[in-house]
Design a protein around this ligand. Structure first.
Ligand code: AMP
Ligand code: MN
Ligand code: MN
Length: 326
């Protein structure tokens, strides 16, 4: 199997999991399908090993992922539990308060910029999803995959690969999917829960994001602000769902979605070739080479100017063929 693991080995982490008595699993703030999918798959794994396991997260779990939860999430890590963190590239993005109270016992992730902030670290940047790494622990430990953890893993892998279309897909990804289907996963059913459970408000904010998109040569930037949320009745997170549609324009190398949040703007960057992780890091953010994010204190309009400046050295912003102002 192709892996590029840093930190501990799969075996070492498997041994650590066997020694656990009470595990509290959390993931990154602004959780996505891989965040919740890999976390819940790890909860089931720890339970299968005979230990106690809970999922904890200070934020609400997005509605389209709630069906994955085995029980009501805790808002905090219980005092007597060991904290296990999945899919989280940096310790300041961990979904529960932990600094000085709960050392991160395990940091399981697939972001190449993960600085190995846990006591034990299982970071494989070639894994398409953190859920794929959790699956490798099931194999290592000889724990058979039941349908529910298989659905959680499938959710992580299918969402982080854009439905098996992105460049992180490998033969191992599809071999894993074959095992997941054998464990009872029905892809059409998962797709329905993930992608056909939206609201009219969500549909409208996605539409507004797309309508707000401007082209600057090889860059495409969409902004949404509080007025847009008020007009549609949707939340800022709902608006991010538009990002894959932004990628459909020919000749565009970098797409950005800039959405107003409390006290600033959250930026999501995507590309097929350009290292947008590097761009995100110049703003104090991070992520993968081709999918990255950051937050800034600026308004969406100011954030667009700031981003255009950073992109100037990376892509050609000159050709105004798309009608952008820059
Ligand atoms: P997003 O655009 O929020 O879906 O994030 C894309 C990728 O970038 C994910 O893998 C995130 O973990 C990472 N990311 C997003 N925001 C940040 C941030 N503020 N700091 C570090 N990494 C981030
Ligand atoms: Mn994630
Ligand atoms: Mn992920």
């Amino acid at each position: 199997m192709t892996t590029r693991t840093t930190g501990n080995t799969t075996r070492e982490v498997a041994e650590f999991l066997k020694s656990l008595q009470k595990g509290a699993v959390t993931t990154h703030t602004g959780a996505d399908g891989d965040a919740i999918g890999s976390a819940i798959a790890l909860v089931y794994l720890v339970r299968a090993l005979g230990a106690e396991a809970v999922f904890c997260h200070s934020e609400e779990v997005p509605g389209y992922l709630e069906w994955l939860l085995p029980d009501e999430p805790l808002k905090e890590c219980p005092v007597d539990h060991d904290l296990l963190v999945v899919d989280t590239s940096r310790s300041d993005r961990v979904g529960v308060a932990h600094e000085g109270v709960h050392p991160v016992r395990l940091n399981l992730d697939h972001h190449e910029d993960n600085p190995l902030y846990g006591e034990k670290n299982l970071v494989d940047s070639l894994a398409a999803a953190s859920a794929q790494i959790v699956a490798s622990l099931y194999t290592e430990l000889g724990v058979p995959l039941e349908r529910k953890p298989a659905e959680a893993i499938y959710t992580g892998v299918s969402t982080d690969t854009g439905g098996f279309r992105f460049r992180n897909v490998s033969p191992e990804t599809h071999e894993l999917v074959a095992d997941l289907l054998r464990a009872g996963v029905i892809p059409a059913e998962i797709d329905e829960r993930l992608n056909r459970s939206g609201t009219i408000e969500q549909l409208k904010i996605v539409g507004l994001s797309l309508a707000n998109a401007e082209r600057y040569g090889e860059a495409l930037i969409a902004t949404v602000d509080k007025d847009d949320y008020a007009r549609t009745g949707a939340t800022e997170l709902d608006s991010k769902e538009s990002i894959d549609h932004l990628r459909t324009v020919a000749g565009v190398e970098v797409v950005a979605h800039l959405r107003e949040i409390e006290g600033g703007t959250k930026g999501s960057l995507r590309s097929e070739r350009v290292d947008v992780g590097e761009v995100a890091r110049t703003f104090g953010g991070g992520g993968h080479r081709l999918a990255a994010g950051y937050t800034t204190l600026k308004s969406p309009q100011e954030a667009r100017e700031e981003l255009l400046e950073a992109l100037g050295g990376v892509v050609d912003l000159r050709d105004g063929s798309g009608g952008g102002a820059g």
